[in-house]
Design a protein around this ligand. Structure first.
Ligand code: 7TS
Length: 417
């Protein structure tokens, strides 16, 4: 056993693989090795069971029934909201449940952006954003005659606070929207510092926490952002539920994003008035069973302890960086130290296209992602069409990294490299 493996085990790594039923599946007689948690996480049995139990025994529409079953559904949905809010350090009333983080960011771009962004003003984002935190701002800026500017990444794949200061000093920035953790570089951004400087310059802030909340302790309130968004399916929850934490003063003043049932106080033939928070931003029947599932997921993560989750993934990431560097012709993007990044590594292998790399990994029974990772501007900035990416979750173990490295080595041989 390589030394780093025993070190990772000695550090009290989580041993929760058995909690995830899908990981007992076999492909061509081999155990599933899932290294694509940055795309979506696998789900523990407690989450699957919570969704099933809700549908089996407590299903009714919410916020409308007087009968006992409907009240159970209300309690389940609002109970889940309270847990989801508390998990990220926010209050329930300022926590809006959306379809995913993409919808959460669109909500802000529409409902805050249309009312507050004027001609000649600017939105500031970064070169490392996911399309979800680029395109809504592009559309908004075009509509409002505003400018979209980018903070650059340096050779380490990190942002410069100096550039942030000079951008803010121009005096036209109304919104600063930044990823907490990059889904390609892995970079953990200094979001508390970015938010504080943006606020001092009079800008509103949004943090895209899709790759952070599932993997490390996050107290969105302490970070100080006006909006903090994340997505349930990457956090061991079901697909179909995302989260937007927003500051009350801003949410209260915003017009709704989507309109229709449930988000109104009253409707007359020509006009309507809006429901209170958070319902004003939840038009139509919300993702009830999905929220219940995410509630069970955050219970599960909280029981593991997010400090332990981070410690486990940090060990794995360090091991992954170390083992990947042993592969000839392999180069990794993003900060070199595991401590500066989330649990993922994007890389290129000389002479083999990223899609072939993923295909070769699959032959070794290992699931990794290849492509632009919905970050095409970043790919352009890095000067590559695509990268392969391995990413870890609570259920991964060091031997799975070994399997990836073996598969990559075998792949190089196959390509005659
Ligand atoms: N923001 C970040 C930082 C992400 O990593 C993702 C998904 C999203 C937003 C969008 O999440 P959604 O739930 O709204 O779709 N990232 C990835 C990925 O890296 N591979 O597949 C999805």
């Amino acid at each position: 056993m390589p030394q780093a493996v025993s070190a990772a085990r000695a550090a009290g790594a989580l041993a929760v693989r058995d909690d995830f039923p899908i990981l007992s599946r076999r492909f061509d007689g081999r155990a599933l090795i899932y290294l694509d948690s940055a795309a979506t996480s696998q789900k523990p049995a407690v989450v699957i069971e919570a969704v099933a139990e809700h549908l089996r025994s407590h299903n009714a529409n919410v916020h409308r029934g007087v009968y006992a079953l409907a009240q159970e559904a209300d309690a389940a949905y609002e109970g889940a909201r309270a847990k989801i809010a508390a998990f990220a350090g926010w209050d329930a009333q300022g926590t809006i449940l959306t379809k995913n983080v993409t919808e959460a960011i669109n909500l802000v771009a529409h409902a805050w952006g249309r009312a507050h962004l004027g001609e000649g003003e600017a939105v500031l984002i970064t070169e490392m954003e996911h399309h979800a935190n680029i395109v809504p701002w592009q559309v908004l800026c075009r509509e409002r005659g505003a400018r979209l500017r980018y903070l650059a990444i340096d050779e380490r794949g990190e942002l410069s606070l100096g550039q942030l200061d000079s951008e803010l000093a121009r005096g036209d920035v109304r919104m600063v929207a930044v990823a907490h953790v990059s889904n390609v570089l892995g970079t953990i951004n200094p979001v508390a510092e970015i938010v504080a400087r943006a606020r001092a310059a009079g800008a509103v802030t949004l943090v895209d926490g899709a790759q952070a909340v599932p993997h490390m302790p996050v107290d969105a309130h302490a970070l100080g952002a006006d909006f903090y968004a994340w997505t349930g399916h990457k956090a061991l929850g079901p697909t179909g539920v995302g989260v937007l934490h927003g500051r009350h003063e801003l949410l209260e003043r915003m017009e709704p994003f989507l309109t229709g049932g449930d988000m109104i106080a009253s409707v007359d033939f020509q006009r309507a008035t809006w429901n209170e928070l958070p319902f004003k931003f939840e038009a139509g029947t919300p993702p009830v069973a999905e929220a219940v599932g995410l509630g069970a997921a955050v219970d599960y993560l909280a029981a593991l302890g997010m400090e332990r989750v981070r410690a486990h993934e940090l060990e794995l990431t360090g091991y992954m960086l170390e083992r990947l560097r042993e592969v000839e012709g392999l180069s990794i993007v993003g900060p070199p130290e595991a401590s500066a990044r989330g649990g993922l590594a994007s890389f290129s292998l000389d002479g083999i296209h990223a899609h072939d790399v993923a295909e070769l990994a699959d032959r070794g029974g290992v699931c990794i992602r290849a492509g632009h990772h919905c970050a095409q501007p970043l790919m352009r900035r890095l000067g590559v069409p695509a990268t392969a990416r391995a990413s870890v979750g609570v259920y991964n173990e060091p031997h799975e990294i070994d399997a990836l490295v073996e598969a990559l080595r075998a792949g190089r041989e196959l390509f005659g490299l």
